[in-house]
Design a protein around this ligand. Structure first.
Ligand SMILES: [Zn+2]
Length: 234
């Protein structure tokens, strides 16, 4: 299978679904991890142009630890807009390039505008990307795929319907998150949270719910053409 994680900022993949992606990779599937926004607003001191470079490099370093292909749509933070045609085009181009069998993305109820706009945009354009006469210059049409919405930072408003046991992937997930040094500092300075400790607690909490040590939770998009008669998650 080809697995596309279309997440928002450079650390969202590590926080929300990296354990599952590591598991896909171990099973021999191709994993493409794309962050739509470049993370350029996520620091108290470092200015956006420099931060953009730092965060793209942190994401590449983290993805390389697990053998993922890492892409970015390079949108500025706080600019995501599901109705923006130029942004839609870029996401269609990425979906057609990845030609995925499944997409993991942010939940529509997530906590901030970049996440919720991306969620909406992925739902819309992942269908548009399958229509061969729609913007053919962006590449050959892709399939209409299942979409799984990822858990959010602290699980508020999110009841998983499916779980993935990431007990064996937990250490690498944490090492990957630690690559996002600038973001870990931002989350501490801006939100007063310890992201590394919190993601372990969160994975343990989801693990309790499904009877394993650590887990990630997901919610499948229930819609026509998005269903499969077998389990898609690893
Ligand atoms: Zn984010």
């Amino acid at each position: 299978m080809r697995v596309l994680a279309l997440m928002t900022h450079p650390d969202d993949m590590e926080l929300c679904c990296s354990g599952t992606l590591i598991k896909y990779k171990k099973l021999g599937h191709d994993v493409i991890a794309c962050h739509a926004a470049n993370g350029d607003m996520g620091h108290m001191v470092i200015m956006p142009p420099e931060l953009r470079e730092i965060r793209i490099n942190e994401a590449k370093k983290a993805g390389a630890m697990a053998g993922f292909e890492v892409l970015t749509a390079d949108f500025g933070d706080l600019t995501l807009n599901a109705a923006d045609l130029s942004q839609q085009k870029e996401i269609i181009r990425i979906i057609r390039y990845a030609n995925p069998d499944v997409i993991l993305t942010q939940d529509p109820s997530d906590y901030m505008v970049d996440h919720t706009e991306l969620s909406k945009m992925v739902f819309n354009v992942s269908f548009a990307a399958s229509c061969p006469h729609f913007m053919p210059e962006l590449g050959p049409a892709s399939k209409v795929t299942p979409i799984f919405y990822c858990d959010n930072y602290n699980g508020l408003n999110f009841i998983p319907t499916e779980y993935v046991d990431i007990t064996e992937e937990m250490e690498l997930k944490e090492q990957m998150l630690r690559c996002h040094e600038s973001q870990i500092k931002w989350l501490y300075d801006h939100d007063g949270v310890d992201a590394v400790a919190d993601q372990r607690t969160h994975a343990r909490f989801r693990g309790i719910q499904c009877g394993v040590q650590y887990a990630e939770g997901f919610r499948q998009l229930i819609a026509d053409q998005r269903m499969r008669p077998y389990r898609v998650l690893p």
